[in-house]
Each structure stands twice: as structure tokens, then as C-alpha cells.
Design a protein around this ligand. Structure first.
Ligand code: BJW
Ligand code: ZN
Length: 242
């Protein structure tokens, strides 16, 4: 038996014995759906500069450019769907009484796969927020106008996502910390562990006493620190846990 299959066996045992499971996902879980990641090969931040597209300063300097970037991603996501990794996590939620899924992804693919207890740390690309009155609305139009406007006050809308230098919603963060501080098992899946505060969450769960297991195609700064690190594609590994 290879190390990977032995580790999958160990994880399977921990998963079905755990009373409370928390999962943190990143762009890697959606890679097998065809959604580009940020930092790997073909990653968005290899092609585009995050400071030009994913900061509040960039948006106020050139909202049209930032909206072009998000409209392009909305068009792409509209044509893509969840993969076996998303579906396996949705199935686990059905079978494990206390199961919380924390995601950094804005793509909505976990919900589309059937996950319900989802904490979206970085927001959701299908929601827009008014820069004037703050109104928050789901808006599935593809494409949106080049500079979409608020129906109530006419001000410019922005994607309801968290850019660099912006605070995460404190209520959302509280929910995430509650889930990771009180679980027996935390799975950290498809994230490079470079963006804070999400990057520290696995370690925080470990400090609080959870077994922490990473699933990633590549090693990350945390691979040697977590209890188990499984090298491989989440869409292939997660279904084997069911
Ligand atoms: C597979 C796979 C397969 C591939 N199967 N695996 C403390 C220290 C240092 C800096 C900071 C700090 N605290 C805050 C900061 C600043 C900043 C930060 O962390 N910077 C670092 C880069 C240094 N953080 C922030 O600004 C955050 N705000 C904040 O903390 O507020 C307080 C504050 C304010 C002001 C100053 C200081 C503090 C907000 C961060 C928001 C991040 N936003 C983005 C864009 C969201 C919208 C959008 O999508 O457009 O979120 S950036 C981007 O990175 C996106 C992602 O959610 C996030 C994480 O990326 P992720 O998911 O890890 O993807 P990748 O591509 O990096 O990795 C993919 C992984 O998958 C790889 O490992 C592959 O191997 C793997 N993989 N295929 C399994 N099939
Ligand atoms: Zn408004």
C-alpha cells in the first residue's frame, strides 16, 4: 500500500469517528471544475497583478477594469459546475451531525453541490454591494453592465468579495473561529496557505486540539506541521473517504 492510500485510510477512520468536523477549502478544490487558481501554474495572479484588480484602491481608480475582470470570471463560472470533491463534501455534511465548511472561494460551487453549512470568508461573486447605501443583493446577470448601478440610490455597485487590505466580516470570522476551535478534525483542502487570516486557521485548530489533515496537490508551508498531509487532487481523494 502506498503512503497516500495509507494516509487516506487513516483520514477515513478519523473522519467517521469525529463528533465535529470543520473543513477549510481554497481555490484548489475548484481547479478540477476548470476554475483557475490564483498562484499555481496558470493561476490568475501569474497573469494579472492583484494590486490592479483585487484591492479597494484599484476599484476606485479604475472600476471598469475591475468589473471587466469580475464579469469575465462570472461568465466563466456560469458555464462550470461542481466536481466530485465538492459533491463528496456535501455528502459528508449529510452524514456527519456537526459539519462546517469554511471556504475562501467566492465561486458558490460548494452550495451548488448541495453544501448548506457554508462560511464564505471572502464573499461571493454572485452578490453585489452598493458603494453608496451599502445595499447587498444577489445578482446573477451575465454579463452585468460595464459599470452596474444600485437600483435604490444609483451609486456604483461592487462585487461582494474581500479584497487585499479589507477586513473580513467580523461575524463571518467569529463563526469560522467557533467552528475551528471546537472540532475534533479539521481538513484543509486546496489552499496555498499564503493569505491571512485563512492561512493560520489550520494551525489554530491544531493548537485547540483538533487533528488537522491537509489535502493538496503540492506541499505548502504547513505540510510538515499538520498531522497528515495527503498529496493529490481533492476531486479524487475526497470521494474515497465516503
Ligand atoms: C489543488 C488542486 C487540486 C490545485 N486538488 N489541491 C498577516 C501577515 C501578513 C499579511 C497579512 C496578515 N494579515 C493580513 C495580511 C494582508 C493580506 C495577506 O494575507 N497578504 C499575504 C498575501 C501576505 N490579507 C488581507 O488583506 C486580508 N484582510 C485582512 O486580513 O484584513 C485585516 C488587515 C487589513 C489591512 C492590513 C492588514 C490586515 C484579506 C484577504 C483577501 C484575499 N482576497 C482574495 C481575492 C478574493 C476575491 C476574488 O476571488 O477575486 O482571495 S486573493 C485570493 O487568495 C483569493 C483566495 O481566496 C485567496 C487564497 O488563495 P488560495 O485559495 O489559497 O489559492 P491559491 O491559488 O493560492 O492556492 C491553490 C492551492 O490549491 C495550491 O496550493 C495548489 O497546490 C492547490 N491545488 N489544484 C488539491 N486539484
Ligand atoms: Zn445604493
Amino acid at each position: 500500500m502506498s503512503d497516500v492510500s495509507a494516509d487516506i485510510g487513516k483520514l477515513r477512520e478519523k473522519l467517521w469517528q469525529a463528533k465535529r468536523v470543520t473543513v477549510l477549502t481554497g481555490a484548489g478544490i475548484s481547479a478540477e471544475s476548470g476554475v483557475p487558481t490564483f498562484r499555481g501554474e496558470g493561476g490568475l495572479w501569474k497573469q494579472y497583478r492583484a494590486v490592479d484588480l483585487a484591492t479597494p484602491e484599484a476599484f476606485f481608480r479604475n472600476p471598469k477594469l475591475v468589473w471587466e475582470f469580475y464579469n469575465w470570471r462570472r461568465e466563466m463560472l456560469d458555464l462550470l459546475g461542481p466536481n466530485p470533491g465538492h459533491y463528496a463534501l456535501a455528502e459528508m455534511e449529510q452524514r456527519i451531525s456537526r459539519f462546517t465548511l469554511i471556504t475562501q472561494n467566492i465561486d458558490d460551487l460548494h452550495r451548488r453541490a448541495g453544501s448548506r453549512n457554508v462560511i464564505e470568508l471572502h464573499g461571493n461573486i454572485w452578490w453585489v454591494r452598493c458603494t453608496g447605501c451599502g445595499a447587498l443583493n444577489e445578482d446573477r446577470r451575465v454579463p452585468l453592465p460595464a459599470l452596474p448601478e444600485c437600483k435604490s440610490c444609483g451609486a456604483l455597485l461592487r462585487p461582494n468579495v474581500v479584497w487585499f487590505g479589507e477586513n473580513l466580516d467580523p461575524a463571518v470570522l467569529d463563526e469560522a473561529y467557533e467552528a475551528l476551535s471546537n472540532c475534533d478534525l479539521m481538513m484543509v483542502i486546496g489552499t496555498s496557505g499564503t493569505v491571512q487570516p485563512a492561512a493560520s486557521m489550520g494551525l489554530q485548530a491544531k493548537t485547540a486540539g483538533a487533528a488537522v489533515v491537509e489535502i493538496n496537490l503540492e506541499p505548502t508551508p504547513y505540510s510538515g506541521i499538520y498531522h497528515i498531509s495527503i498529496a493529490g487532487k481533492s476531486g479524487q481523494i475526497l470521494p474515497q473517504l465516503l
